[in-house]
Write a protein that binds this ligand. Structure first.
Ligand code: AAL
Length: 359
């Protein structure tokens, strides 16, 4: 039988199962929506503790002046520059109350003096572990590899948070994607460790993060980009939540994806790779946490999303991203804000709890 190439590919996608496919919808939320003068963005995973939802996010006040103003010393470049991490609570995931700061910038000269942003929080054995993106004030924004991952620990989701004095992860240097002989991406691939996201998996702590080529991070020149910034993900593991973390020798473990969003499924780790790279806007799954395979194409994906960690992730391939918060990233003079996303598995078999019944 003669089959078109497209039909052959479709047959392969079917093997992954229709239950991996779904549609994203978006709902405005109260309390963390648009507000003149304040940026809110990059929300963490959403936690439910004692019937209250918690979310942590980047918050900065005042306008920013863009990358081109980097030479002007301490000018605020981005909405996440000179930011702190705040938290909010909600009874229903729609109406939120901002409660105040969770983790603030460190003192002059510290690794997190310039900004603390883009947090994620893991609840593990009665403690809360926050990982967050940092920028030191030791170098200019684009030099010195000064963006690393910090950690803070709390006994309660409302804090108080005890910050570590040192970063728990710094960027991996001199990694090659396909090796020096391949012009696709020779040289250093990890200029940053952004979007840290922490999971307990197979008896260890897995710290996933977004990285990019040095060319992209330092000069903005990217010889081979497909779409958007040249970003992809790495992972580092540790047997203790506080580290030390060791980068996987397989990094980068994805070739695409901007902000990290991952969840447990079927003994492996599933991931939504959004907006950048040749495999942008796909859902992938790795049986071992590092060997990611493409399971489904999705569109209209959330930016900077943080999913509700329900504890029911094994019920369905998409139960780990059933809903959450994400940001509306409005550049220039607009103010970033948060909104809710829901993932409606309309094309799925709808097994598992919390999913709509078949029509
Ligand atoms: C986000 C994330 C990181 C970037 C910036 C703030 O969406 O990828 O956190 O540095 O944008």
């Amino acid at each position: 039988m003669t089959r078109s190439l497209a039909s052959q590919r479709a047959a392969n996608y079917r093997k992954n199962g229709a239950e991996w496919y779904g549609n994203f919808t978006y709902t405005p939320i109260a309390g963390l929506g648009p507000e003149v003068g304040i940026h809110r963005r990059d929300p963490s995973s959403v936690l439910l503790v004692d019937d209250l939802y918690y979310v942590y996010y980047t918050r900065s006040a005042g306008p920013h002046f863009g990358r081109q103003s980097a030479g002007a010393g301490r000018a605020k470049l981005y909405p996440w520059d000179f930011a702190d991490i705040y938290y909010a609570t909600s009874l229903d995931g729609i109406v939120w109350q901002e409660q105040g700061p969770s983790v603030q910038r460190g003192p002059k000269g510290s690794f997190d003096a310039r900004t603390v942003c883009t947090p994620d929080v893991l609840e593990y054995e009665g403690k809360f572990y926050m990982v967050y993106q940092t920028q030191s004030d030791k170098a200019s924004y684009f030099t010195g590899r000064s963006e690393s991952v910090g950690m803070a620990i709390a006994d309660k989701p409302a804090g108080p948070w005890r910050k570590f004095r040192e970063e728990i992860l710094t960027p991996m240097e001199n990694g090659d994607w396909f090796g020096n002989d391949d012009s696709y991406n020779s040289g250093t691939f990890v200029g940053v460790t952004h979007d840290p996201s922490l999971y307990f998996y197979k008896g260890a702590f897995w710290l996933y993060y977004k990285c990019g080529s040095a060319a992209d991070a330092v000069s903005g020149v990217n010889p081979h980009k497909h779409s958007g910034p040249d970003t992809r993900w790495g992972v580092a593991t540790s047997v203790r939540p506080e580290g030390p973390y060791t980068h996987s020798p397989l990094n980068p473990i994805t070739n695409s994806g901007h902000e990290t969003m991952l969840w447990h499924y079927n003994g492996g780790i599933a991931a939504l790779l959004n907006r950048d790279g040749p495999e942008q806007d796909t859902i992938q799954w790795a049986a071992d946490g590092v060997s990611f395979e493409l399971m489904a194409h999705v569109n209209n994906t959330p930016q900077g999303g943080g999913a509700f960690r329900s504890g029911e992730e094994e019920a369905h391939p998409l139960a780990g991203i059933q809903w959450g918060l994400c940001h509306l990233d409005q550049r220039a003079e607009k103010w970033n804000c948060l909104m809710r996303f829901d993932l409606d598995p309309r094309q799925s078999n709808r097994v598992g709890s919390g999913y709509p019944a078949s029509n």
